[in-house]
Design a protein around this ligand. Structure first.
Ligand code: AMP
Length: 308
């Protein structure tokens, strides 16, 4: 089953989030959780992470109900789960981080279960880049590797992050992080600098303005974001995008130019659904037919010449 499954490492969290429409406290979150659940709509998922004894069992049950293999999530007796608190204002394109408590992630060293090591599709979701590297070391046969990161790690662990970038095929990164990482304001120029750091594909997420993919030195695909009139909670949008992207690619198994473009649209579809409710609540009620419907709407939005 490892052939077309997606291996995901990243934060498994309890999030406290405040947006103009409401607030949740210590709700299920974390980059690995959003991306695993999004990917699970397309392909089997194996997740690697760590939680404390305070992590509600119902959250692990929910992941298992999505057929996500959770034996790679360590539960530390007496430990406290990673906790992030943030808020959003205005256009909600940027989270204001208030608290980052790494807790059990501080002493975590990922040891992949044996059957995880043959994974072909690997997504290094947002977490300490040193942990991302340790996972990468254990999957030498991977066919497609991708990573994500955020401002916290760009400022605190840049050297390790540069090592990760050197070894992955794809980086998912938002526009503010592109500027922070390169010191260059112009995104097109900055993307080509990131490309030189390693990744073949640089996928820049621009919040409500969609996503742009750079292949080699130039922009090769742009996707609008789905026109929602109300965004409830943008937390996890980037992770849902990456999860949808990787899940779709794993499900088709061929990394072709057209499949990568479709994956960007599936990623956009998953991100757009995720932001319609807090925590993982939208994904809990999302169906495959809703995904197909929105994917078709995206086709209409980006349709340019006659569609066959
Ligand atoms: P996103 O909105 O896609 O950028 O990701 C939001 C998720 O990232 C939240 O569920 C947080 O738990 C998680 N998160 C926040 N800060 C960090 C961090 N420094 N490392 C890893 N994950 C984080």
């Amino acid at each position: 089953m490892s052939e077309n499954s997606v291996l995901i490492v990243g934060s498994v969290a309890l999030d406290t989030v405040e947006t103009p429409t409401g607030k949740v406290e210590r709700a299920l979150g974390g980059a690995a959780v959003y991306s695993s659940v999004a990917a699970s709509f397309f392909a089997p998922v194996k997740v690697v992470g760590v939680v404390g004894e305070d992590f509600p069992k119902e959250h692990l049950d929910f992941l298992a109900s999505r057929k996500i293999d959770t034996k790679g999530i360590q539960i530390i007796p007496g430990g406290k789960t990673f906790h992030w608190a943030g808020s959003y204002e205005g256009d909600m394109n940027q989270a204001n981080t208030k608290i980052t408590e790494l807790n059990v992630f501080q002493a975590f060293s990922p040891e992949l279960p044996e059957d995880y090591k043959s994974s072909k599709y690997v997504f290094l979701a947002n977490i300490d880049p040193e942990l991302q590297l340790k996972v990468l070391d254990q999957v030498p046969g991977a066919k497609l590797t991708a990573c994500d990161t955020m401002n916290f790690w760009i400022s605190s662990k840049k050297d390790a992050l540069l090592k990760v970038l050197k070894r992955v095929d794809i980086v998912f990164i938002n526009d503010a992080e592109v500027r922070q990482l390169t010191g260059i304001t112009n995104i097109t120029r900055a993307a080509s600098v990131i490309h030189e750091l390693g990744p073949k594909y640089v996928i820049v997420k621009k919040g409500e303005h969609g996503a742009v993919m750079y292949c080699n030195e130039s922009m090769c695909f742009a996707a609008a974001s789905y026109p929602l009139e109300e965004v409830t909670d943008p937390t996890g949008a980037g992770d849902s995008f990456a999860g949808g992207f990787m899940g779709y690619i794993a499900s088709v198994g061929e990394i072709t130019d057209i499949n990568i473009r479709k994956a960007v649209i599936y990623g956009s579809t998953m991100a757009s659904y995720n932001v319609q409710d807090f925590s993982l609540d939208m994904f809990k009620r999302l169906t495959l037919s809703q995904i197909d419907t929105r994917y078709d709407e995206f086709r209409q939005i980006v349709h340019f010449e006659s569609m066959i």
